[in-house]
Design a protein. Sequence first.
Length: 345
Amino acid sequence: MIELTMLPAMDGDGLLLSYAAGGSSAPKHRILIDGGRTSSYQLYAPLLGREAIDVLVVTHVDQDHVLGVLALLDDPAHPPLGDVWFNGYDHLVGDGLEHFGPRDGELLTTALAVQGLAWNAAFGGRTVLAGRRAELAGGAVVSVLSPDRTQLDRLRPLWEKECARHGLIPGREPAPPELPGLESLGAAAGIEELAASRFVPDGSLTNATSIGFLFEFEGRRLVFTGDGADGRLVDSLRPLAEQEGGRLGIDALKVSHHGSAANLSKDLLALLDCPRYLFSTSGDRHHHPDDECMARILKFGGPSKDIVFNYRERAARWQDAALQKEYRYRVLAPDAADGFITLTW
């Protein structure tokens, strides 16, 4: 049994993955992937309860992913945490084995150290890096798809610059001011024209360092991407797809960067046989998902698919009967509280 709940992460990501061998009566294991904005945490904290979280994955240091995690760690009543996967400053400059890492990354680094939490323990304390694998409790396996060493190296100057701007020593001290986001917007046009539009990849240095991974359990496969770079994901997924005759069969794809046009290409879609595409976003700030991204999924995302949103307003414009019939898809969105939607396998 696998259960995935998309959380009210506002314009960011927050995903709670639970799995148990042989069904619901077996011991349940939980993975929390990112935490959304600061205000998000109070909305989903009751769902987390006091049950242990085996793995907390902080994909990267952008605030729409990390601030809710900081709120969780600041809560004295947070559930017990097992391993925390996060690439801090010292994972940018080496393999994270000798030290304890712009601004919210420093806060998180300090919180991990102060609370004495396990940090990248599944990888021997080393960087969570493309090509590495981890065997989790209960029989699940994770294959890391991104980032690679080059992407991490490219972030280092920006990290150091922002730390200097706020009077920080990289890898050592926290500070409260916010960093500006590095995002992009899409456009609007007909589905066919949008699907055929030229793909321009995301140039964000922070997004490129997102931890992306393939989760496998009891014959099911889910791909989580954070805000990961399309090219890195393509390079990691291609050999897996070639082993299966050209397309990798997965059960769901968490679409990178909330559906930015710069983070999902036709090339990536061509490597997957996927029936469910997940969009984690309220559309605030950057109005994701972009029309180009949606059009590529409708056109190239397979003969029949579910498009899953955790906010009803973002789903509404795609609940068009004519479009759904022509491109053979259905829209899933919350029936009740916005931000929460649960899928099971």
